[in-house]
Ligand binder design. Structure first.
Ligand SMILES: [Zn+2]
Length: 447
């Protein structure tokens, strides 16, 4: 396809000349740029996610998008021009990072059926709505492993340009599925063989994917044996090879121990769901430094409520129930082995779930399955930043990091349920939610 091959090159050339233009223009822009807004949060306690003492009555200085100083009151200078945000008695921690959500999620059932003829434009707008609600609920960063029709890249770019509020997005494009593999609809036209796997991975990377998602086994939303291994080792290797050359990581949907062991051999970086994974498999994942993203909320009690709400068919509800027990056992086995765990819900981060939202319930369930509150909190902050390779930017309330913050009423290291009391959300220094003082919101998300 010479024509198709030529157009990306032409595009890159156009980008290169734009870059030159930007570099030449830079000094003029810098002179005219307004000084960044300085905000200072006072009166709150900063949660220590390293297990040490919390910073009580802290001063957090934010210059533009990033935190520039953190320390106890009296020890940190408050710049004269700073806008003050007093949060007396609140507990501050990084915004939640959800590593498995799909803003265009469409599942079997009545709600999914109503979206059967959804156009590209309608899909983009629905995804934007889900992104905004997620940010408002306290999830400030997401990874989106698998979305339809490339809309996620447009959404991410629009949020990054400041056109719309939403979480920071680390996108995978469309999931790579072998013919007949896991999807909520039959896949007649998936990939077959290493060349097609490489082609699809390269296409996603060109579009802007930071992760590649592959479907190595079946799941709850598909039919067939979840424990079987659907992709060949050769196909998985083709994807990891192409991705890793570009610094892109690979996430695998899996329920199957066999598929997971093969994918580990192929160098896959993160494993999603893991419905039937055993302690032995998690030990091997740990040895390789791979990540486990449990998405435990999709198979537990709160999910039944959700699936009934969206009108799921009986086969689906039965499948959820069947998987629930082994999924829970897998999570407990993972915690015992100490494999890297990163939080992901596979529901919208804001989706109501057992009296709270999915991101929060997911973290609570890790605690109920055996993690300490601190370990559970790290799965959505410190660990996620490390999994994304974004430790310099995210996952801590510390100088240099983006000011992506949430404020709680209580100390979450003492009581994980404190996460249910999120009342202030900040992203990049902008106040997106302040329940007690809505007039202080500087980035209006909900209208
Ligand atoms: Zn998913």
């Amino acid at each position: 396809m010479p024509f198709a091959a030529a157009s990306p090159v032409a595009h890159l050339r156009a980008c290169a000349s734009l870059l030159l233009l930007a570099l030449t223009a830079a000094p003029v822009v810098a002179q005219d740029a307004p000084a960044p807004v300085v905000r200072v949060i006072t009166g709150a306690n900063v949660v220590n996610l390293e297990g040490g003492p919390h910073v009580r009555d802290a001063v957090v200085v934010i210059t533009g998008e990033r935190i520039t100083a953190v320390g106890p009151a009296g020890q940190v200078a408050i710049p004269a021009n700073a806008q003050r945000l007093a949060l007396p008695g609140k507990w501050l921690m990084p915004g939640l990072m959800n590593m498995h959500t799909h803003f265009g999620l469409k599942l079997p059932g009545a709600t999914g059926a109503a979206l059967a003829n959804e156009t590209d434009f309608a899909l983009s707008l629905r995804m934007l709505d889900n992104a905004k609600k997620s940010l408002w609920s306290g999830t400030t960063t997401v990874r989106t492993p698998g979305e339809q029709r490339d809309a996620i890249f447009a959404l991410k770019n629009s949020i990054d340009r400041g056109e719309h509020p939403g979480p920071r997005i680390f996108p995978a494009g469309r999931a790579i599925v072998p013919t007949g593999g896991h999807s909520s609809e039959p896949v007649f036209d998936g990939i077959d063989g290493a060349d097609e796997a490489r082609h699809e991975a390269r296409r996603q990377i060109l579009l802007g994917a930071k992760w590649i998602k592959i479907m190595i086994s079946r799941g709850i939303a598909s039919t067939g044996n979840i424990a079987a291994s659907d992709m060949t080792l050769e196909e998985m290797r083709a994807v990891t090879d192409v991705a890793h050359r570009q610094g892109v990581k690979v996430a695998a949907h899996t329920g199957s121990p066999q598929a997971t062991l093969e994918a580990l051999e192929a160098g896959v970086d993160s494993f999603e769901h893991g419905y039937f994974l055993t302690e032995d498999v998690f030990r091997k994942m740990k040895e390789k430094g791979a990540w486990y993203v449990p998405t435990i909320v999709v198979s537990q009690a709160g999910a039944q409520e959700f699936f009934r709400k969206i009108g799921s068919p009986p086969f689906y509800l039965a499948r959820v129930q069947m998987v629930g027990r082994s999924h829970w056992a897998a999570l407990q086995a993972a915690i015992r082995t100490g494999v890297n765990v990163a939080m992901g819900s596979d529901q919208f981060p804001y989706e109501p779930n057992e009296g709270t939202v999915a991101s929060v319930r997911e973290i609570e369930l890790y605690h109920e399955a055996g993690m300490t509150p601190l370990q559970a909190l790290r799965t959505a902050t410190v660990n996620t930043a490390r999994m994304l390779g974004a430790e310099q930017d995210l996952g801590a309330v510390a100088p240099g990091r983006y000011a992506d913050l949430i404020a709680l009423d209580r100390d979450p290291t003492q009581d994980i349920r404190a996460l249910r009391t999120i009342s202030v959300v900040m992203k990049g220094g902008e106040i997106v939610r302040h329940d007690a003082e809505p007039s202080l919101v500087t980035l209006n998300v909900l209208n």
